[in-house]
Design a protein around this ligand. Structure first.
Ligand SMILES: Nc1ncnc2c1ncn2[C@@H]1O[C@H](COP(=O)(O)OP(=O)(O)OP(=O)(O)O)[C@@H](O)[C@H]1O
Ligand SMILES: [Mg+2]
Length: 377
């Protein structure tokens, strides 16, 4: 607690300085005053009249507590008692009554003197209204987000069951009665089965997305060498089909949720294997390094590349730059990757040039240390 009372004499002020100080006092847009412990204002500037609408005479004769909102008077008296005890007050906010019956939120700072205390008041009504509005918007946004996530989860979950039924009857039809159909009929059936398969993928990816969105990552030390090896095993069939070469450097250990990090790597490496031109099989390079307070993970390919204009939007849900006839996919993979990176407090971005290849970088900061608990290295 700061004590301003000292035995030192007040500083002497040159006579011409008094003139300057008086002018400044009169000009201040903030409410300035020397207020007595007897409850009356002793000396105050014009801002009091301009902002609150009371006349100078009213302000001189009415106890200042009377212009404080009745509900804030007890707190205000407590702050005045602190000033009387020699303490300083900063940013004490209370409601003040104006002559026209309106209210203003004022933030007061004050310091003690011998027969009076000194106060500066600033109107913070607009600032508080804005802060309130912002807080309300943030709350509404959070509610809407939560509702949307619930909706995505419920919708994809409930769509699963009827889809399973459609897919299993289509398969039955294919196995039992396909030969009774003519060529066109068999083609319709194949397309229906293909559509059902794509829908299955879409629903699985949507469920995965909402799960990542809803669950807080439980981080641990993840040995990337082992994790990438697992992911390459899962991707084995597509790597073989595309005759891809995957070049993996020596990888460090990173702090992350292992299942989510595997999902992220699986989509990035899967994309790198998938999006290549017809002229040569893909070569993919996976590297990572530790940085101060985290790590960077990079998956680079020599594939078809991505135009500058598309490099941001590919991370949005359902964005695909090509038709199904050229590359399969639902367009959710990178949205999941972005969610995973963000849930870890990090981010993902791409550097790419068309026809030469792409490099996806993921920045993953370590979890912030909880104060008081020693950090495990
Ligand atoms: N390595 C890459 N090279 C070129 N284009 C890419 C690459 N990775 C992603 N893209 C482009 O970004 C789009 C979105 O990628 P994303 O992984 O989200 O979807 P997808 O692979 O089409 O489907 P899935 O949801 O099955 O992953 C892709 O459709 C593709 O057009
Ligand atoms: Mg993908």
């Amino acid at each position: 607690m700061e004590r301003l009372h000292t035995d030192a004499a007040p500083p002497t002020v040159a006579p011409q300085a008094i003139g300057h100080l008086t002018r400044l006092f009169a000009m201040s847009p903030d409410l300035l005053a020397a207020a007595g412990f007897d409850g009356l204002l002793k000396h105050f500037n014009d801002a009091w009249e301009h902002q609150l609408g009371w006349s100078r005479e009213e302000l001189e004769t009415r106890p200042y507590l009377e212009i404080v909102h009745p509900e804030d008077r007890a707190d205000t008296e407590r702050e005045i008692a602190r000033l009387a005890a020699g303490e300083t007050v900063t940013e004490y906010v209370c409601r003040v009554l104006c002559a026209d019956g309106s209210l203003r939120w004022m933030a007061w700072s004050g310091g003690p003197g011998d027969e009076a205390f000194y106060i500066v008041g600033r109107d913070v009504s607009d600032r508080l209204a804005m802060e309130h509005e912002l807080a309300q918007r943030a709350e509404r946004l959070q509610d809407t987000n939560a509702e949307l996530q619930d909706f995505a989860y419920t919708a994809s979950h409930d769509l699963s069951e009827p889809l399973r039924m459609v897919a299993s009857f289509l398969s039955l039809l294919d196995r039992r009665s396909a030969e009774q159909l003519d060529e066109a009929g068999r083609d319709y059936l194949r397309q229906a089965l293909d559509g059902a398969g794509r829908m299955r993928h879409l629903i699985d990816d949507l469920l995965l997305y909402s799960r990542v969105a809803n669950e807080e990552p439980r981080r641990e030390q993840v040995d990337l060498n082992a994790l990438v090896a697992e992911v390459l095993q899962v991707l084995g069939p597509s790597i073989a089909a595309e005759r891809a070469t995957i070049d993996v450097g020596r990888l460090p250990t990173l702090e992350a949720e292992p299942v989510q990090l595997a999902q992220l790597l699986q989509n990035l490496i899967g994309n790198a294997v998938k999006f290549h031109g017809a002229d040569r099989p893909p070569t993919v390079r996976v590297t990572a390094r530790r940085t101060i307070g985290g790590g960077v993970l990079t998956v680079a390919d020599d594939g078809i590349g991505i135009a500058d204009a598309d490099q941001e939007r590919i991370f949005a849900m359902f964005t695909r730059l090509h038709g199904h006839d050229r590359f399969a996919g639902t367009g959710i993979g990178l949205a999941i990757c972005r969610r995973i990176a963000e849930r870890h407090g990090g981010r993902i971005y791409v550097e790419s040039s068309v026809g030469r290849g792409s490099a996806f970088h993921v920045l993953l900061p370590d979890a912030p240390a909880v104060p008081g608990t020693p950090r495990q290295v």
